[in-house]
Design a protein around this ligand. Structure first.
Ligand SMILES: [Zn+2]
Length: 473
């Protein structure tokens, strides 16, 4: 937990409340009204569900058992598209979590590298740099998001990396349990602002194995809807207990083909067909009942990071591609109130087509080149290495020794091949326009470095001296 958060805990909070002359006692003794004006914590929850087509949500999970519908009824929904950008996970999650498209961040492959997030800091780093008192959390299977949360000099406070689960549905259930627990735990410290990112993966994995048109994919959408319902119920419980309202955003990074190109292998997405570039944003701004059940014709994945920063009063980068959904005039004007939301969204989904042929070829080339290193790593080097390890583990005279030698060769040569293909993929990415635009803003200074500057705590009325020592130490 960040130093300021520690300061705000327990007795210190009681002291702040006592100082105003309010009734002091159990937290439940505070009325919702006094909790609002006195402490006014911001709570922002970002739910990511990978590779989830909105038309499948409308078909299978637009009912009262589904948290998708609960969220859509409470907020504004947009059928969005990543047309003209790579419909691939890490490139699009990077777009969502940095507020800029791939022509700036330059991520073209699912092979994780930390470098792009120095020039283009993630929302995690931006919150922790400007407002370290916000309690930040990532709940995800160990991988991209637990890495992203940990890097950059301003890591998130709580990285809950989920391991275990014998299939992707079980993994998502574990993520949901941890997310619900963390939401309910905020009731113990209702004055502390929170940001949480929670990630579900089973829909995308069903799409890769069985296709977006499969019964397995539909079941994944239903399952994630049920998980989201549990999360929405926990938020409602926290809101009722504290009087604070939560801002909730749900988003996907891309869609899926009805049938994968190579079933059971990969390439269920990555190209430019409308099913693959299909995406969505669901946005429920704390306290905004006026637009409940609305539809936006203007939201986009790049708006997510600016919106989260705006909620905490953090300044925008000068070169964001997106804008805050709650204050940007064009985005506010993009919201309509359809008589039939499902029909309105279906019409929007059907309005998207293919990009021009040049863009389509360029992005397909980029996805193929960017994907080669990842495929070699995950489908060739990894499995062969694992197989050799089982031979080594059996300790069979002669065979195990041979396997050990073979494993050395696979690791050395395989690693080199992955490195070369990854670099080639990035070179092709650059030639096709990824990462060609330089940032206008300087990278965040590293803590303790000479150019370190004191974060601006804006309207905070707490003395800065309280946590500066801890921050720079
Ligand atoms: Zn994905």
């Amino acid at each position: 937990m960040a130093p300021l958060n520690r300061f705000l805990c327990g007795a210190a909070v009681a002291g702040l409340i006592a100082g105003t002359g309010s009734v002091v006692g159990a937290q439940a003794g505070l009325s919702a009204l006094s909790a609002d004006w006195l402490l006014a914590a911001e709570h922002v929850l970002l739910i990511g569900t990978d590779g989830t087509n909105l038309d499948k949500i409308l078909e299978y999970a637009y009912n009262d058992d589904s948290g998708f519908k609960t969220l859509m009824d409470r907020g504004v929904t947009a059928a969005t598209s990543v047309i003209g950008h790579q419909a691939m996970s890490t490139p699009e999650w990077t777009t969502i979590l940095t507020g800029v498209w791939d022509d700036k961040h330059g991520v073209v492959s699912n092979l994780y590298r930390p470098e792009p997030y120095t020039a283009w800091p993630s929302v995690f780093n931006l919150i922790e740099y400007y407002k370290s008192e916000v309690d930040t959390t990532v709940v995800s299977p160990v991988g991209l998001f637990t890495e992203l949360g940990a890097i950059g000099g301003y890591p998130v406070d709580n990285i809950i990396g989920i391991t275990g689960g014998s299939n992707f549905a079980e993994v998502d259930a574990l993520v949901t349990d941890a997310t619900v627990a963390k939401i309910l735990a905020t009731m113990d410290n209702p004055d502390i602002s929170t940001f949480m990112f929670s990630y579900q993966s089973q829909v995308d994995n069903a799409g890769h194995t069985f296709g977006g048109g499969s019964q397995e994919y539909a079941q994944g959408v239903i399952n994630v809807g049920a998980n989201l319902q549990q999360i929405m119920t926990a938020v409602a419980q926290a809101e009722a207990a504290t009087g604070d309202r939560w801002t909730i955003i749900a988003v996907t990074d891309h869609g899926h083909m009805q049938t994968p190109t190579l079933p059971g292998f990969s390439f269920g997405h990555g190209f430019q067909s409308p099913n693959e570039t299909s995406s969505f944003v669901m946005f429920s701004l704390a306290g905004n009942e006026a637009q409940a059940g609305g539809q936006s014709l203007g939201y986009s994945l790049v708006d997510i990071t600016p919106t989260i920063l705006q909620a905490f009063g953090i300044p925008m980068r000068s070169d964001f591609d997106g804008a805050p959904m709650q204050t940007d005039p064009a985005l506010l004007n993009s919201v309509v109130m359809p008589v039939d939301l499902k029909q309105g969204l279906t019409d929007a989904i059907n309005s998207y087509g293919y990009p021009n042929i040049g863009t389509e070829i360029m992005l397909s080339l980029r996805s193929l080149a960017g994907g080669v290193g990842y495929v070699i790593q995950n489908y060739l080097v990894g499995p062969v290495d694992n197989y050799l390890q089982t031979l080594i583990d059996q300790d069979i005279f002669g065979i195990s020794l041979l396997a050990e030698g073979a494993q050395w060769v696979v690791r050395t040569v395989g690693g080199a091949v992955v490195d070369v293909t990854d670099q080639l993929g990035r070179a092709i990415g650059y030639l096709t326009g990824a990462g060609v635009i330089e940032p206008m803003d300087a990278p965040l200074p590293l803590p303790g470095s000479a150019e370190f500057s004191i974060p601006d705590f804006h309207a905070s009325d707490l003395p800065l001296a309280l946590d500066v020592d801890a921050l720079v130490g």
